[in-house]
Design a protein around this ligand. Sequence first.
Ligand code: MSP
Length: 541
Amino acid sequence: MPEAQKTFYLTTPIYYVNDAPHIGHAYTTVAADVVTRWHRQRQEDVWFLTGTDEHGEKVLRTAEANGVSPQDWADRLVETAWKPVLNTLDVRNDDFIRTTQERHETAVQAFLTDLYDKGGIYEGSYEGPYCVGCEEYKLPGELLDGTGEFEGLKVCAIHGTPVEMLSEQNYFFRMSEYADRLLALYEEHPEFVQPASARNEVVSFVKQGLQDLSISRSTFDWGVPIPWDTSHVLYVWFDALLNYATAVGLDSADPERKEQFARTWPADVHLVGKDILRFHAVIWPAMLMAAGLPLPKTVFAHGWLLVGGEKMSKSKLTGIAPSDIIDTFGSDAFRYYFMRTIAFGGDGSFSWEDMTARYNGELANGFGNLASRTAAMVGKYFGGTLPTAGEPTDAETALARVAAQAVADAEAAIDRLAIHDAVSAVWTLVDATNGYLADTQPWKIAKEPGETDESGAGVDGGRLATSLVTATEALRSLAVLLNPITPKAAAGLWELLGAEASLGALDAQPLDAAATFGVLPAGTTVTKGAALFPRLDDTAA
Ligand code: MSP
């Protein structure tokens, strides 16, 4: 029997449930959704995991401040905010893990016991400044002097809030032993940390040497109990990182889950924001090395969404909820905008003006109008039935070449996680098809002798038929290419093209199908349908 194909496995970070999602969180999730939908369009076996990080002091304090138990708080946030936002963003995840689930907690305890038995964990003491926002002990060099209400205190450089001196008898993970193996990993597998700027940061951090990591807390009990000493709970990051493996069946006794683990692990891509890069590129591989498990192939750190030049965050009151934007523009436009305008890996700013301009210019006029104009002309000249094309000329061959190149470029861009380049590559076909129609001018061809019959209907095999069939073929390619990026519009386009009847479901089209023309059979029913991206001033109340 041939070996089963390894599942393409991609994860988002699991989100803290201390607050509701903002567009910074949505950005990571949408990027993950576009990449996994793209791989599914290649007809690969794909697993896309997201979820929530529910333990630790930060969540505990938020729950206490709201007068409810941490479990109740987490349940409420997951059901009213974190799961619904996936729907708002039109995200198709395969699983949603919560760190308070039994499947996770049991496997985490098994992992810990195993690591303890192997000598990877010892008991010791630690004293140092701790930031609850980061859920991390800080080094003195990572702190700033507080100002204003925090005058005289040391504050976290990321959160701007005071750190707390903690002194605890804890369990430690022997992370310092892994510095050399980690450096060898970065050297031998430059693709392990991406982009290059992230890799450089991690390499210089590890070159300074690593300390052992305190992995337990005994001053509160909201966490996974340490199996051999239940007066301690596991450090929240150690608990959280393990989700990537426990979700797909690590340390499960169930044969089906074991099989899933074998097929899915290691992860192909962990997508993370740059603020949590070190946890994923240093602690996580060290944990896996200690356990003797295969390492993920890539940790990719994207940049921050900035508002007014600062990292957008709820705590600084710059947070924007995804629905604030999606209620006006729709989920497709949200996805398109953030994926296209921000070079994935760098920081980016959001502004309503830019969003509106791109919506109207690129989505409504550039793409939506192309689809409705083409469908309207097939309606006008051929009664909505796709004719038989005539011989292609250079113009048709050139457009087909653009489609093939767009597929090749977008494929390569997705493989290097340059999502913005993939969207730009797809857009070359939108622009070229608009250019093709502007050059060939089917509405003028229709007036030439022999192109239409006495009733004014277009004839098969003429230039008019060729130009409209060609534009329709470009739209079919675009439906396939846009399905991972703007799935609602792509589905609308597929319907408008009447493609399902002869070609089947859009999801089932191999990505390569976008690279060649001449696929939709003559006789296909094309309808104008509703605008895929109505101009905003048309709908604004
Ligand atoms: N719970 C941890 C992750 C554990 S993963 C094993 C955590 N959660 S978080 O909710 O604070 O952040 C989750 C993700 O959202 C991170 O990748 C973070 O970078 C991202 N973002 C939060 N604010 C952001 C912006 N303003 N811009 C872009 N991404 C941002 O960290």
